[in-house]
Design a protein around this ligand. Structure first.
Ligand SMILES: [Zn+2]
Ligand SMILES: [Zn+2]
Length: 1018
């Protein structure tokens, strides 16, 4: 940003223009009138009003003078940890002065001061001891100077003694005494009771301000605005001098991200502190009109004390807050004293700009948010937000955060009629997807996969799905898909969704959602590919009993684990191959860095005993979710860039046997192909519980860990592979047979499973060199996590290896439903067939041929294509599926299909807006057979260029395919710079980067199904 613009932004001269406004920009007269009107005819609004009034009553009872005096200045020390010392060589933090480490089980911020009944005291939640021991309140008053502020040089130090031991000769006379800079113990360490108290005290004041402002909004009674204004004017007096750095430099701790920068708080949390000041100010502006008592009071204070600004009129009050809170806050954003996660400081500027509510200033400030050198929002939105509405982080919880923050900003701007330069809801097509992102990640509508630093081991939760957030998305987009999803996520109801007490029709959204979605029924169980985030989800069954298979392949960066192509299986209400989820500590801690956060603890393959590279580059090749049969093939080669092949093909197959009476019998087939390297290790683990094996001869290693008999559990890797020291109780079979099974009997205590006799059976169908079974512990400090999990490592070791690990995974209740499995291979070909014989007498044939050429199998099955599936009952073919091929025949039943479609992209939409469309050099069928199917476009970018086909039209050049309201743009070209700690485009003038380029080849895998009831369909 040029310096001229900066000067303009910050040159709010004392001017009459600003003083003219009667209202704030976010709370204009009309909204406030609506709110007050709504309290009369909507009980839920009245309820909110009563709560607001109740919350403000304490603050209303404080005299003007006392309220004014409550606001401390820069010289009252503050920090967020009583003992944490960034400079010490000793332990970074100590416990309670009395009970020591005991207090640590009460979390990171264990003290909750009672400001009303025990001012200036902290009570240890563990031992109940109260600190500091002196009457700090008296000392504080003795130290108030001519400015009305705490000045340590003025304090009466004779008041600094332990009140329980007033005798100066008493050895405890000075014990636990804090003058603001902490009690110094016998080791010279500080215990900063007052510092911690003051941190929370500022939050308390801000809450009081908010409570008063809310009560004014609801009631219109000026007494609330009067009190709030006194706090705001006083805060404005002190705010310019507030600076966290002197305390940070002493080694004290706050949320400054290590920069030592901040104002009242560290730079990260200061973003919300100022947002609250600005919003409260916005709310009460109209309550400061015709308020002579308020200005008289402030004038009187200015006579008693030496104050930085003149007092006595509304113009002077506004001038003080505008300059010394809003503008000072903006300056602090510019100089880094206010800087949070992306989205947070932009929101601080937006709320301040709206409170200013005066043009041209408000628009200038808001423009800054979009400036490449300012808030850099366009660069962040386009480079980091993918088409699924998730940010570039690998863990669901983190990747969903950005959308929520930006929504706050987006609605603020959309609600402010004065600003029309940008509308975030409309300007960024991928933003809409944010409202559906968590919902779409949820397997069976029940469980978000615990990927990366998200969730916990086997945690079944959909808590990241927030119907209210989705309703908000609907309110600003009026997208019926979001309305339907919100309705479903709200338990099949629109009740209380999207209520807006500031609207003339506060229940309008609720009514609209009801109208759109009533009768839609529950979310259908059918999987889909989230190719933006990189999640393949297959589903089968019904709402009560369902099975889901998820594999993450998008990115393994930022709060992710290096777990490319990892999968988890959800069946019988549980994750049965559970990821660890959130680590014990998300720092350099052995169980995180070398176990939870490394490749070996995941259901994937290690090459050359090394962890994967962390990337955002996974691609999908095929995705098909058909009735009772789903499959995907994913390519994760960049995780091991030197490999020729690193891909996983998985199938989720359903047994549709009515005699099973609703109990699902679904199984998974996994084909993991690796070419290159000399050591391939397929790692697999089941749920917690007893493991039994067949056909194995296991020898116990005895002591130590898999890293060695002398290597203790958890030792940092040194001369042995990462992760090996976290596996213990090691049993090895040096000559495992080509087929064996492992059967986990799920611990009934696991995540409140409903079943006593739930199992997971793993069928290995491989020539391997060694099988290792061992125990490994998931994070031990998370409620509900199992104590341990049993891992199986399948090793193959040869020079220039070509491996396809073939396994079948069978979750079942009580008795297995699979009798036996035969693997049939064809000499000289990498095609293979699995013959799955089931106890109910039916047999499944699954054929997989990577090259997809014609092949006649010895048992008479003929497949010309990549995937064939046949089910046979009583010598009759009862089901046939052909994927990516032209024919499949067996026993007189044959299935034919046109060729899989391949071609070239001739033209694409290169704009941000207008939706995702391409024109291809082929004439595609217009009969609807390709709708909702995936197209896979060749891409040399990091993004997976796979899209769901929504419509097809014929044009003169070829077929035009439309993929919905997405964009192929995934970044700006040109130079990048670091701004506020993030790499962003230097400017927006060099054009866009795309998911793929014109001229790229594409494929649309075809399929054909035959069922007796439905006949052949495509
Ligand atoms: Zn204690
Ligand atoms: Zn993980």
């Amino acid at each position: 940003m040029c310096t001229i613009l900066l000067t303009v932004l910050l040159s709010l001269a004392t001017n009459t223009l600003l003083a003219q406004r009667s209202h704030g920009g976010y709370y204009p007269a009309e909204k406030i009138q609506n709110l007050r009107q709504n309290t009369h005819n909507h009980p839920w609004v009245l309820e909110r009003k009563d709560k607001a009034v109740e919350k403000a009553s304490y603050w209303l009872g404080i005299s003007d003078e006392d309220l004014w005096t409550m606001v401390p200045g820069q010289d009252l020390p503050r920090c967020i940890d009583v003992t944490f010392d960034r400079l010490t060589d000793g332990p970074k933090s100590l416990g309670c002065l009395k009970c020591g480490e005991e207090i640590k089980k009460h979390g990171n911020y264990p003290y909750n001061p009672d400001f009303v009944n025990q001012p200036w005291k902290l009570t240890c939640p563990s031992c109940g001891e109260v600190f500091p021991k002196n009457d700090f309140g008296r000392y504080y008053l003795s130290a108030l100077d001519e400015k009305g502020l705490f000045n340590p040089a003025k304090g009466d130090r004779t008041l600094l003694y332990n009140e329980e031991h007033p005798d100066p000769d008493d050895p405890l006379h000075l014990y636990g005494v804090d003058d603001g800079y902490g009690f110094i113990d016998q080791n010279g360490r500080e215990h900063r009771f007052i510092g911690y108290y003051t941190w929370k005290y500022w939050m308390h004041i801000n809450e009081g301000l908010e409570a008063l402002a809310d009560a004014f909004l609801f009631t219109g009674e000026k007494k609330y605005a009067h009190k709030a204004a006194i706090l705001l004017d006083r805060i404005a007096d002190v705010y310019p001098d507030m600076d966290w750095k002197p305390y940070a430099d002493r080694g004290w701790y706050h949320s400054d991200g290590g920069t030592h920068l901040g104002k009242i708080e560290g730079s990260i949390w200061e973003t919300t502190t100022v947002q609250k000041f600005a919003s409260s100010y916005d709310k009460i502006l109209s309550g400061t009109l015709d308020a002579p008592e308020l200005y008289d009071f402030l004038k009187r204070q200015s006579k008693k004390y030496v104050l930085p600004t003149e007092k006595g009129s509304r113009a002077l009050f506004l001038d003080n807050v505008d300059h010394n809170i809003l503008k000072t806050g903006f300056e602090a954003v510019l100089n880094g004293q206010i800087r949070g996660n992306q989205g947070m400081h932009q929101l601080t500027v937006a709320k301040s700009a709206l409170a200013l509510n005066t043009e041209p200033y408000t628009s200038q400030w808001l423009d800054w948010i979009f400036d490449a050198q300012g808030g850099a929002l366009p660069g962040l939105m386009i480079n980091q937000l993918d088409r699924d509405g998730t940010s570039d982080e690998g863990a669901p919880s983190y990747s969903l955060m950005w959308g929520r923050l930006v929504t706050e900003l987006a609605r603020l701007l959309a609600d402010y009629p004065g600003y029309t330069q940008h509308n975030i809801f409309e300007d960024y097509p991928q933003f809409k997807a944010t409202f559906l992102a968590a919902y779409r990640m949820t397997a069976l509508g029940k469980a978000i996969p615990n990927i990366g630093d998200s969730g916990a081991t086997g945690l079944v939760s959909s808590s990241l799905v927030d119907p209210e957030f989705m309703a908000l998305g609907y309110r600003y987009t009026r997208d019926p898909e979001i309305a339907i999803a919100a309705y479903r996520a709200n338990g099949g109801s629109a009740e209380a969704l999207g209520r807006d007490p500031f609207s003339a029709d506060p229940e309008r959204i609720e009514k609209e959602i009801e109208e759109i979605a009533s009768g839609v029924g529950p979310r259908p169980l059918k999987g889909y590919l989230m190719s933006g985030f990189g999640l393949a989800l297959l589903e089968t069954g019904n709402q009560v009993n369902g099975t889901a298979l998820v594999s993450n392949y998008g990115r393994t960066i930022k709060h992710a684990h290096p777990d490319m192509l990892n999968f988890d299986l959800f069946a019988f209400g549980q994750w049965l191959t559970p990821d660890h989820g959130y680590p014990e500590f998300a720092t350099r801690w052995p169980s995180n860095a070398e176990w939870t956060g490394t490749t070996l603890s995941h259901n994937t393959v290690l090459v050359n005993r090394l962890p994967q590279k962390e990337i955002w580059n996974g691609k999908s090749r095929i995705f098909k979710q058909l009735e009772g049969f789903g499959m995907f093939q994913l390519d994760g080669r960049e995780a091991y860039p030197e490999m020729e092949e690193y891909s996983r093909t998985m199938f989720l197959i359903t047994e549709d046997d009515s005699s099973l009476a609703g109990q699902q019998n679904d199984y998974v087939v996994d084909l993991f192909s690796v070419i290159g390297g000399q050591d391939h290790t397929y790692s697999f683990h089941g749920p917690p519980g007893n493991l039994t094996t067949t056909h194995l001869t296991l020898t116990s290693q005895g002591e130590g860990t898999y890293a060695g008999k002398n290597i203790p559990k958890g030792a940092w890797a040194k001369d042995f592979p990462i992760g090996y020291s976290h596996l213990y109780n090691v049993r090895i079979d040096q000559t495992p047979p080509s087929t064996f099974t492992l059967d986990w009997h799920v611990d009934p205590e696991y995540r409140n499973t409903k079943y006593e006799d739930l199992h997971l059976r793993f069928h290995s169908l491989n020539q391997i060199n060694e099988l290792v079974l061992a125990e490994g512990d998931p994070p031990q400090n998370k409620p509900g996590n199992p104590k341990k999990l049993t891992y199986a490592l399948l090793h193959r070791r040869v020079q220039h290896l070509q491996s396809t690990f073939v396994t079948l995974i069978e979750p079942y209740l009580q008795t297995p439903f699979i009798k036996s499995i035969d693997q049939i291979s064809m000499p000289g070909s990498d095609a293979m067939m699995l013959k799955v014989n089931k106890k109910n007498g039916s047999t499944d044939y699954l054929l997989f041929h990577p090259e997809g050429e014609e092949m006649l199998w010895p048992n008479g099955i003929s497949l010309n294509g990549q995937v064939g599936f046949l089910r046979k009952k009583a010598d009759q073919v009862t089901q046939a599926i052909l994927i990516n091929g032209t024919s499949l025949s067996y026993k007189g039943r044959s299935l034919a299909s046109g060729k899989p479609i391949k071609g070239t992209v001739l033209e694409m939409n290169k704009e941000l807006k207008g939706g995702g469309w391409i024109i291809v050099d082929q004439n595609l069928p217009l009969d609807g057979s390709l709708l909702d199917q995936q197209i896979f476009i060749e891409s040399s970018s990091d993004r997976d260029a796979s899209y769901t086909i929504k419509t097809i039209e014929q044009t003169e050049r070829g077929s035009k395919l439309f993929f919905g309201p997405i964009t192929f743009v995934n970044g700006f070209l040109g130079e990048e710079v670091i701004i506020r700690n993030t790499r962003v485009p230097k400017d927006y003038s060099s054009g866009y980067r795309y998911d793929f380029e014109e001229g790229a080849s594409f494929s649309i895998p075809n399929h054909s199904i035959w069922l007796p009831s439905t006949k052949t369909h495509h």
